[in-house]
Design a protein around this ligand. Sequence first.
Ligand code: BG6
Length: 518
Amino acid sequence: MKATLSENPLREGLRLQRVAEPCAVVIFGASGDLTKRKLVPALYSLAQQNLLGEGFSIVGAARTPMAHDTFRAAMRNAVNQFYEGGPVDPTLWENFAAGLFYLPMDYKNQENYHMLAGLLAQIDRERGTCGNRLFYLSTPPSLYTDIIQMLGATGLNRSNPGSWVRIIIEKPIGYDLESARALNREVLKVFTEDQVYRIDHYLGKETVQNIMVLRFANGIFEPLWNRRYIDHIQITAAETIGVENRGGYYEQAGALRDMIQNHMLQLLALVAMEPPISLKANDVRDEKTKVLRAVRPIPTDPEHLIQEVNKVAVRGQYGEGSVGGQRVKGYRQEENVNPESNTETYAAVKFLIDNWRWAEVPFYVRAGKRLPKRVTEIAIQFRQVPHLLFKNTAEGPLEPNTLILRIQPDEGISLKFEAKLPGQAIHIRPVNMDFQYGTSFGKKSPEAYERLLLDAMLGDSTLFARGDMVEVSWQLVMPILKAWQQTTPQFPNYEAGTWGPKEADELIQKDGRRWRRL
Ligand code: BG6
């Protein structure tokens, strides 16, 4: 490990070796897409970096009957296909696969959980996993409560002295505020909050973790980070892909639930929060929750709800069009999608934060599928200079300074400012000062799931959503969901391969601003 860190002097000492204790990870929903695309490749990558404890084991559980060896072969294929670090290393794989087990389970049958307990006890004895267990809920969410209750009923939620039991819950955490609260209640009947790790994979992204470092490890940004100097903030998550093979899930979700309620509000919280008193998980999460609680709620008086929501939120759905030179179907023609579906594939929302730092500074947030470009970024747009000295010399109005945190791809940070064009006359042009992760550190950032799985094994919940935070986020989007249920949209209202519906442009234009051209 040391050798790789020292390949580039900038990386020297950047990461302290954090090795997990021996444990068994139990994945419920092991035959699903997430297991093969993300979870097992991430765990394999951790093994490759020697970050897993001795005897590390995985138990895949799912309904399909399958022998251990069949599961091992399927996972080997998955790693070959989805692990970005190259093909499986046969020696490492042999070691890793010795800790891979499979248990066919009917999630509602208690007897199956006794079998799971037996298998885990056997793994403890044979592989030295010391009773440490990490359960991972990756089934359809309708099964979460059954599994949690069964884990409780069979005592699998309890740890022996000196060992630990934790549970990771994959999104979606609820379908609305009420179901999120119900899930939180159920899980807290069986586990304590510090055993619960609610995943939001955006928090595992290196660039997202860097938001706090940028703000709180540098002296120059924080003094400007407020309403006196910032005009507004734009947070964009644009995807070129459509719903792919996830029509069944997406029909019940839509962009507001799928992206805004979780990932985007997490980004907003990181940008807007006050400095935490320490980096302890709850100190950071307290500040994030606090700022989310300061977001101005949409008035919910039923008579004006639709009107109020229309002032701050816009939805869209893509029709057919072309993305990257390829003709693509409209959303309503996608597999497992209702041909008259009113599910939104694009959402834009304007949030205001009622506190001293952000009073009247809008946060414009947008997320959409089948847009022209894949890009996730946070743009902090500063106010114009108070007096324009160069008004007779600049071609057109001067562009405001913008600090752009590029979450993906081309991870980096750039600062746009005005500069004098070389020559006798004063001509002014915007230029960029750029930092790029790729060229600066010369190494690919770890996958979000690697970081999050390792953190959960280490007992660090900083990068996971706490129950109250999830509920506040739901609270913020509920009026929008309600208003949208009460009205029928004119869908499709944007062509695939364009930047969303024209109403989204109007949302920001009526404040005298415009979306950044990306
Ligand atoms: C997931 C959503 O949580 O995030 C997907 O369910 C979306 O619909 C994905 O495509 C985006 O993640 P990323 O890491 O590709 O930005």
